[in-house]
Ligand binder design. Structure first.
Ligand SMILES: C=C1C[C@]23C[C@H]1CC[C@H]2[C@@]12CCC[C@@](C)(C(=O)O1)[C@H]2[C@@H]3C(=O)O
Ligand SMILES: O=C(O)CCC(=O)C(=O)O
Ligand SMILES: [Fe+2]
Length: 354
């Protein structure tokens, strides 16, 4: 399903050549961290303690707009509570994810992602940029996961599929609501933000990817990397990180800051495309995930992006003498292609010299 979209098109253009960067380790069978997964301790060195962490925004708070704007300018990240997504659905997605990652490795490999496809079981795509491998495994979904789910459970995939579809529906609604708040906080209207007003007719649908992440218990967390530092290539990402910590966000002149798990909350990441639309006003959050020795950690990331062929560019309302235009227009497909080549430097390649 859904082959005609920016995300799958970008995987077709940029297939993963080396299968070592798709097929995860059989984590359960290793007692010692292998050399292939052993990072230098300077790259995995732990977080700093800070007085004030990532802001938490109660969506029912009358001050929500101001808090969101402040958080996006300072951190490129905040957490939301009172968001209306039923706790039951969060518990269900956690349960289904654990069920999937708890399968024996040879069975999970029945649903492995093909080199030129974006969905299925395997290592996250950014793995190709690193010589050391991640201590994690993922499962990527767009819309219905039926094709891969029936390979895992020929007769018992219904609950899994229903939860995944229901979750994406809920998260699309919440993401659009939060995007609206973020734009309003900058005095931008629907008309000011083209990618929004064009999105509801015909083929002009927003596109999204659901990523289930699993970080198995690790024999030596001080040398392991769950997911290396990156910014998300989305407009916005909503992350449910369950109750086990591991997510960290980077602050200039401060260092890596732990994002405290809050029961039932979502972490909202400003993605690269949002940073472009805001002409740099909102930061794109540089973040990573570390692992631990006692708990298997699950997280669920929902990456939301614009419809196919929509050009993303800085809103002219945010361009003036003091704020020269920073980026040239790009479609999501062009940007994902650029990320597949230039990774964390992709924004520099569309930036005007100022
Ligand atoms: C819609 C997206 C978002 C992508 C690219 C494209 C499809 C695959 C996504 C992820 C999912 C896992 C983390 C990440 C960092 C990765 O390696 O693959 C994400 C990446 C990005 O945010 O760049
Ligand atoms: O597991 C986490 O907390 C982070 C996941 C993440 O950054 C991603 O999937 O892009
Ligand atoms: Fe991320």
């Amino acid at each position: 399903m859904n082959n005609n979209n920016s995300i799958s098109a970008s995987f077709k253009t940029n297939p993963t050549i080396n299968l070592d960067h798709i097929i995860p380790l059989d984590f359960k069978t290793v007692l010692k961290l292998p050399k292939s997964h052993s990072w230098s301790t300077t790259t995995t060195s732990t977080h700093v303690e800070v007085d004030e962490g990532v802001p938490v925004v109660d969506l029912a708070d009358p001050e929500a707009l101001t808090l969101i704007r402040g958080a996006c300018e300072k951190w490129g990240m905040f957490q939301v509570t009172n968001h209306g997504v039923p706790i039951k659905l969060l518990k269900q997605i956690e349960f289904q994810s654990k069920k999937l990652f708890g399968l024996p490795t040879n069975q999970k490999l029945l649903a492995v992602r093909s080199p030129e496809e974006c969905t299925g079981y395997g290592l996250p795509r950014i793995s190709t940029f690193f010589s050391k491998l991640f201590w994690s495994e993922g499962f990527s979904i767009m819309g219905s996961p039926l094709h891969h789910a029936r390979q895992l459970w020929p007769n018992h995939h219904f609950d899994f599929c229903n939860v995944m579809v229901e979750y994406q529906k809920e998260l699309m609604g919440l993401t659009e609501r939060i995007l609206g708040l973020m734009f309003t906080s900058l005095d931008l209207t629907q008309e000011d933000v083209k990618c929004f007003s064009e999105s509801k007719n015909g083929s002009k649908h927003p596109q999204a990817l659901l990523q289930l992440n699993s970080y198995p218990i690790c024999p030596d967390p001080t040398r392991a990397m769950g997911l290396a530092p990156h910014t998300d290539s989305s407009l916005l990402t909503l992350l449910y990180q369950t109750n086990i910590s591991g997510l960290q966000v980077f602050r200039e002149n401060v260092g890596w800051v732990l994002v405290n798990p809050i029961s039932g909350a979502f972490v909202v990441n400003v993605g690269d495309l949002m940073h472009i639309i805001c002409n740099g006003r909102f930061k794109t959050a540089l973040h990573r995930a570390l692992v631990n020795q006692t708990h298997h950690r699950i997280s669920v990331a929902y990456f939301y992006g614009p419809p196919k062929d929509v050009n993303i560019s800085p809103s002219i309302k945010l361009v003036d003498r003091d704020h020269p235009i920073l980026y040239r227009p790009v479609t999501w497909k062009e940007f994902l292609d650029s990320k597949a080549t230039h990774f964390n430097k992709a924004l520099d390649f569309i930036r005007f010299d100022v």
